[in-house]
Design a protein around this ligand. Structure first.
Ligand code: MN
Length: 244
């Protein structure tokens, strides 16, 4: 039993104007959501090799978070014109983390890009631009001037009844949506457990009792005023407490 589990969140890279100084950052929402559920978030820069494994092995769980598109070369495709410029270091670190976490039965929650990374790390593929590649798809890419609006529900998801995700959220949820890419072929290590009304995969999880769960929406922007979304982080942290 771990009272206060340490949960690692890999940062992403950006540059701070006006000098374009590079930095490692993440959004408050991921940190605040884990804190609200009783965990201690630990931000990871993007270490590689032995340093990455050293950091990972001292953490109780991993949370992969949102961000820009993966390099499609990771799943054997040419870049679609709408695919964002890749960050190969971030891809490498997160794919390694996802694989090592699953191999070692370290609990893993993966959000948005994180779910896509998890899928690709185990041989799955992605839809590079829903707007061009999925006829009849609903709107999944929202962009608000005010980030407070990110908590707004824009579509529903149906959740597979006998899944871990359904045991946490029930069989339906209203979610936000900030993605133009999505899971295409689901890796064999996972199964789809949530989908949008247009069939876009919005959740995947592992086949066994180990906690390996990905969601395509952003619960970290919703948990303040949405008990169902807080329960997702609570279930993750409670699982880590029990098994750690
Ligand atoms: Mn969506």
């Amino acid at each position: 039993m771990i009272e206060k589990p340490l949960i690692g969140i890999p940062c992403f890279q950006d540059t701070f104007p006006p000098q374009q100084r590079p930095r490692f950052v993440t959004y408050h929402g991921y940190v605040k959501a884990l804190e609200a559920a009783g965990a201690v978030p630990v931000l990871l820069p993007l270490p590689t090799g032995e340093a990455l494994e050293t950091a990972r092995s001292r953490l109780d769980a991993i949370m992969l978070v949102g961000g820009d598109d993966m390099n499609p070369a990771r799943y054997g495709q040419e870049r679609h014109p709408k695919s964002e410029p890749p960050d190969d270091l971030r891809d490498e670190v997160e794919i390694t983390l996802a694989r090592r976490a699953i191999e070692t039965h370290q609990p893993l929650l993966a959000i948005c890009r994180g779910m896509q990374v998890l899928n690709v790390a185990f041989g799955g593929t992605l839809i590079q631009h829903i707007g061009d590649q999925v006829p009849g798809a609903i709107q999944h890419e929202f962009n608000y001037d005010d980030y407070h609006r990110r908590q707004e529900i824009t579509h529903t998801v149906e959740i597979v009844p006998d899944s871990r995700l359904a045991s946490i959220l029930g069989t339906q949820a209203g979610v936000n949506s900030f993605h133009h890419q999505a899971v295409a072929k689901v890796a064999e290590a996972f199964r789809p457990v949530a989908c949008a009304p247009d069939g876009i995969v919005e959740g995947i999880e592992g086949h066994n009792e180990h906690f390996a769960l990905g969601v395509q929406w952003h619960p970290e922007d919703m948990f303040h005023a949405n008990a169902q979304m807080l329960s997702l982080f609570q279930a993750f942290v409670d699982f880590v407490r029990r098994v750690g």
